[in-house]
Design a protein around this ligand. Structure first.
Ligand code: SAH
Ligand code: MG
Length: 206
């Protein structure tokens, strides 16, 4: 089954960091994993990847939770490479991507399947109890932050469920190494590599 054409238009237009081919691979993975359990994303930003995952969740008959404090990663702050002035709240001078996320999901018609969870990823993980069909790690890319996401969330992936990791570059010339180290650790700990699409790597828990 292909992705809903109206969702695709919104996902492609949304602000964010998800090339279309990788977004479509996420959609496929989400739809495939749906029978195992709900999907969960770490790193919502403006809802771009959540729209692809939401389409997959709907196709597979489940939902996707997407976790973010909406204050941006280190690399999204003013002066850093991935900063966008439009997502700064003029009232406080702090980043706030929540209104953008809400608009993306509303425009995509996915409010019934994409559930925003607003908070620090590791705090949410500590109280989480539902086994996941798919976990997508795309939060902070500093080594300690990315590893903490893996540490606190990976155990929630159900047997047979999928783990997707974004921005995995095995060559340091192509990008930061933290997501690659997370991927290496997942492989060491028994997750089986399933597919690679650009910088998106999908693994399966045995
Ligand atoms: N998946 C998005 C991009 C995510 S960018 C897309 O498709 O475009 C990374 C996001 O992770 C940022 O919005 C940032 O606020 C969030 N983030 C970083 N560290 C976090 C943490 N410790 N807890 C919750 N969210 C975090
Ligand atoms: Mg990313």
């Amino acid at each position: 089954m292909g992705i809903d054409a109206d969702v695709l238009v919104v996902a492609r237009a949304a602000k964010g960091f998800m090339p279309d081919d990788e977004g479509l691979a996420l959609f496929e993975a989400g739809a495939m994993a749906a029978p195992v359990g709900p999907l969960l994303e770490v790193g919502t930003y403006c809802g771009k990847s959540a729209a692809y995952l939401g389409a997959g969740a709907r196709a597979g008959g489940t939902v996707v939770f997407t976790v973010d404090h909406h204050r941006g990663s280190e690399e999204n702050q003013a002066g850093w490479e991935h900063h966008d002035r439009e997502v700064v709240d003029p009232a406080t001078g702090r980043m706030d991507t929540l209104p953008f996320f809400r608009r993306t999901i509303e425009a995509a018609g996915l409010e019934d399947v994409v559930i925003g969870v607003i908070g620090e990823s590791t705090t949410v993980a500590r109280y989480w109890a539902t086994p996941l069909g798919l976990l997508f790690i795309d939060g902070g890319h500093a080594e300690d932050v990315a590893m903490a996401d893996y540490d606190t969330w990976a155990g929630h992936v159900a047997p047979g469920g999928l783990l997707a990791i974004h921005d995995v570059f095995d060559d340091p010339a192509d990008g930061g190494q933290a997501p690659f180290r997370v991927w290496q650790r997942a492989v060491r700990e028994g997750f089986e590599p399933v597919s690679t699409t650009g910088s998106l790597r999908v693994l399966r828990r045995r």
